[in-house]
Design a protein around this ligand. Structure first.
Ligand code: AMP
Ligand code: ZN
Length: 447
């Protein structure tokens, strides 16, 4: 699968997280279902906005882009998004893009035009009517509608209003590469044709992005790739995520209504953010507000508390109720049905809640070890490995080491040495281990 990556001129916001967490879970579910998944996600590291910001900051576009590639990669890791198998940068594939564009010119799908104002290097356009039978595959639009829509042709060098740029001639102070048409840089759409083809071939299974990428980005990608290879469809399944919005408006850098992932992570765990994002179908619009996030946080805590109550139990009993095993199979089958029905994470989460309610009827320590482990396993597998809702990162202390700290703290408490006892609790919390004193003793969980 190929997922369009970030244009790297700023930190990642919660809208980006929505899309990348959704595709992370889609990938995890495919792996869980037995598919061998190759996951490619590019970085767009040259583009108008990057050039503008680099100029403002007096940096090279490469320095600016690399800075944000590092930071957004950190953010993705913090959100426990699995690392892509390959993360190519557009600028590493300029030669492939030039070959693609040359091929399209040879096949009469593209044409060279005189330089734009302010440049002495030519541009190249894709001629949409040359592939009219392919146009509209994703969005159902017709070329005639495009003509009607385009009032005055803004760019008189275009042969048709819907033609789009494949290669932009360099203006002064812009990063550029040498091509048969002079110095310049690629258009955005050709990047993804070049990189997806390089890694996944002329036809591949799944291509994703946010719904704003359907048109023109993905429609253009189809036109370019299919005209060049003659193979159709170039992508078997296109998938597009709904927006994360604020008051129904897409969260975006340009609208200045964004919340950065790294800021959000100061106050919320990655698991709560993932839970919030996944508690909606990936195609639906999610309207963000803090009340909704705090409801999600409470709901998530209910779920994770059930899981940690089972994980942290140290005693077992003799009860092995068949109803518990029935609940496990019901949960598994509801979860599978939901995920197999267009990756319905909302329904899948609801299956985990039903299960959590069922198992809360039991006192974990009354159950046999087999029963306890069966509960832990299913939470771990479906909630943890598939949805990424339980952290595996915080394993710096082993369970035994944590238990040792707890017994030291208990001794301190017996000696009324409250400052040591508080210190141990605070130190553990710093490493992501929360202690809770209950009538049955101290319980702990990894946050
Ligand atoms: P960009 O860096 O703006 O090209 O965005 C990278 C990816 O994030 C694209 O697939 C966008 O569609 C997606 N994206 C950007 N903003 C949002 C949003 N508010 N909600 C969902 N996806 C978004
Ligand atoms: Zn793309």
């Amino acid at each position: 699968m190929y997922v369009c990556g970030l244009t790297v001129y700023n930190d990642m916001h919660l809208g980006h997280a929505r899309t990348y967490v959704a595709f992370d879970v889609i990938r995890r579910w495919l792996i869980h279902s037995g598919y061998d998944v190759t996951f490619i996600q590019n970085h767009t590291d040259v583009d108008d906005k990057i050039i503008q910001k680099a100029n403002e900051e007096g940096k090279s576009t490469a320095d600016l882009a690399n800075y944000y590639i590092d930071r957004t990669t950190e953010d993705m890791i913090s959100l426990e998004i699995m690392e892509p198998d390959e993360m190519p940068k557009a600028t590493e594939f300029i030669d492939s893009m030039i070959s693609l564009i040359s091929g399209l010119i040879e096949k009469n799908n593209a044409y060279v035009v005189e330089p734009a104002e302010g440049s002495s290097h030519s541009d190249v356009y894709f001629h949409v009517p040359s592939a009219s039978e392919i146009f509209g595959t994703l969005t159902g639009q017709k070329i005639e509608d495009m003509e009607a829509g385009a009032r005055v042709a803004l760019d008189t060098r275009k042969q048709h209003p819907s033609d789009f740029v494949l290669w932009k001639g360099a203006k002064s102070d812009e990063p550029s590469w040498t091509s048969p048409w002079g110095e310049g840089r690629p258009g955005w759409h050709i990047e993804c044709s070049a990189m997806s083809m390089h890694y996944l071939g002329e036809q591949f299974d799944l291509h994703g992005g946010g719904s704003d990428l359907k048109f023109p980005h993905h429609e253009s990608e189809i036109l370019q790739s299919e005209s060049f290879t003659g193979v159709s469809p170039t992508v078997k399944y296109w998938m597009h995520t709904g927006f994360l919005a604020v008051s129904k408006e897409k969260m975006s850098k340009s609208l200045d209504n964004f919340l950065l992932v790294r800021d959000m992570l100061n106050d919320h765990s990655p698991q709560v953010l993932r839970f919030f994002l996944l508690n909606a179908h990936y195609r639906s619009l999610v309207d963000f507000d803090f009340d909704l996030l705090s409801e999600s946080s409470s709901a998530y805590n209910r779920l994770s508390t059930t899981f940690s109550n089972y994980k942290n139990i140290r005693n077992s009993g003799s009860s092995e109720p068949s109803a518990l095993f029935d609940s496990i199979s019901t949960c598994r089958s509801k979860f599978n049905d939901a995920m197999d029905d267009d990756f319905n994470t909302r329904e899948a989460i609801s299956a985990l809640f039903d299960f959590s309610r069922d198992v809360n009827k039991y006192e974990p320590s009354d159950l046999t070890e087999k029963s306890q482990l069966a509960v832990i396993d299913i939470f771990d597998e479906l909630g943890g490995k598939v949805l990424g809702l339980f952290s595996y990162r915080n394993q710096s202390l082993s369970d035994e080491e944590i238990e040792d700290f707890i017994s030291k703290r208990n001794s301190a408490r017996e000696n009324k040495d409250w400052s040591t006892s508080d210190q141990i609790r605070d130190d553990l919390l710093e490493t992501g281990i929360e202690l809770r004193d209950t009538p049955k003793g101290t319980r702990w969980r990894r946050l």
